[in-house]
Design a protein around this ligand. Structure first.
Ligand code: HEM
Length: 412
């Protein structure tokens, strides 16, 4: 996207719309479609009763009877995203219906082929990603009403009842809280290019405020998600078939590839928000963490990935603040880094509660999911205790990322 010419400069102005990033919704898909065209009724019908079909262990047989449909009649970004969302949920249900000890090696052709086609057209991998689970998976209960949890529901669900709803929607609220920060990125880069220190200062203050609001939104996880349900019922459905001992050989997509393919599961590590903030602030993570995080970028919608890469190519904000010797600017920059460090510390506390403590309770037989969540598929998953659904070694990774964020502070 860089302009041709002698110097590869970021074109002015740096706008969000170039990257399918919305002024109102950030990386969320604005007002997602809720229905596919009529020929895709068989997909929608199964998807709408996914939790029940999984609980009664009937999903696999229902999917075996599903007609083979071509994705060719789908058109436009909204239809494709809804199709990807639906097919990714059907795939996760199919794979994990029987728990981690009842996996399959092959995804049947009637699911694999259209899922592959839709994925190719969107530039997304053929697995459930954050873009499906959260960004494209929301509807307002009252049309035109506020984007608040009381007025929202996921379009497609998996087992987990109210906790599943809360997990999706609280993550959505974090994405929403990030929106002023995403706008501040564009303002900051434009101000940097024009050497407009006043606007740059305001943009950094706005960014720090947004990250603080993201931490507040993240804490709402405690109100809406039961750790036992998250750990024993929900989490397995986000798991992938790369770096996962439950599916060490990957998955054959019948009619697509005879060799098994390996993809990481869904994780908010695939959200573009923190990638974008890290790039703006020049945060440098360890080689190992960077390798994982950069791999997660392959799971973002390509325009969002391009947005993150464009920020990376922009002139260095950190260098500018360092050389400006402007105390006010330096303080605002450090507020951003500090807010980001705090967000990551809160996130580590959440992960400890929802994975480590919940795993210990499940092992001790004290982690029974509450009524209404549906039964866990098989026994509580044990193979992913130390690994994230994205496949990382959880705490080594998360703490390293938090600590290298803190090291991004500029000392006076
Ligand atoms: C119950 C709630 C949550 C749990 C248990 C959880 C768990 C995890 C785990 C295990 C990882 C390691 C990467 C992997 O392999 O998946 C991770 C990474 C990450 N998560 Fe979460 N997560 C939760 C909620 C959220 C929310 C709501 C957000 C905000 C959008 C978020 C943002 C991130 C980010 C950005 C990373 C990458 C590491 C970083 O940049 O600091 N997580 N999460």
């Amino acid at each position: 996207m860089a302009s041709s010419g002698e110097n590869e400069e970021t074109p002015l102005p740096f706008t969000l719309s170039r990257f399918q990033v919305s002024e109102d919704y950030g990386f969320l898909l604005p007002n997602p479609l809720m229905e596919l065209p009529a020929p895709y009724g068989p997909w929608m019908e199964i998807a709408s009763s996914l939790p029940q079909l999984i609980a009664s262990r009937q999903l696999r047989s229902r999917l075996h009877q599903m007609p083979q449909l071509s994705a060719g009649d789908l058109s436009g970004r909204e239809e494709l995203h809804l199709a990807h969302l639906v097919l990714s949920f059907l795939t996760m249900g199919y794979l994990w219906q029987e728990g981690e000890e009842g996996t399959v090696k092959v995804l049947p052709r009637n699911l694999a082929v259209p899922f592959w086609e839709v994925s190719q057209r969107l530039g997304l991998p053929p697995i459930l990603s954050h873009a499906d689970f959260v960004l494209a998976n929301w509807k307002r209960k009252t049309p035109g009403g506020p984007l608040e949890i009381e007025n929202l529901d996921p379009i497609i669900s998996l087992p987990g009842g109210e906790s599943l709803r809360g997990f999706i929607l609280v993550t959505l609220l974090v994405e929403k809280a990030a929106v002023p920060g995403i706008k501040a990125i564009a303002q900051a880069i434009n101000a940097l290019l024009q050497l407009d220190e006043e606007t740059l200062h305001k943009a950094l203050q706005q960014l720090a405020g947004a990250v603080g609001d993201m931490s507040k939104a993240l804490r709402r996880m405690h109100d809406y998600v039961d750790p036992a349900v998250f750990y024993s019922v929900i989490r397995i459905f986000l798991s992938g078939w790369r770096d996962n001992p439950a599916m060490p050989h990957g998955l054959v997509y019948q009619g697509v590839s005879e060799e098994p393919l390996a993809y990481s599961g869904g994780s908010a590590a695939q959200s573009s928000v923190l990638h974008a903030f890290d790039e703006l602030l020049g945060i440098r993570h360890s080689a190992e963490s960077t390798a994982f995080l950069h791999r997660m970028r392959d799971y973002m919608p390509p325009p969002h990935r391009a947005f993150v890469e464009e920020i990376q190519r922009a002139p260095s904000l950190r260098q500018h603040v360092l050389s400006s010797r402007n105390g006010k600017l330096c303080a605002a920059f450090n507020q951003c880094v500090s807010a980001l460090t705090d967000f990551r510390t809160h996130h580590i506390a959440i992960v400890t509660k929802y994975i480590t403590t919940a795993a210990a309770k499940a092992k001790a037989g004290r982690g029974e999911p509450a009524d209404g969540a549906g039964p866990p598929p098989g026994k509580p998953p044990s193979l992913l205790e130390a690994k994230g659904t994205g496949g990382s070694h959880i705490f080594r990774f998360l703490k390293s990322v938090r600590d290298t964020t803190r090291e991004g502070m500029i000392s006076a």
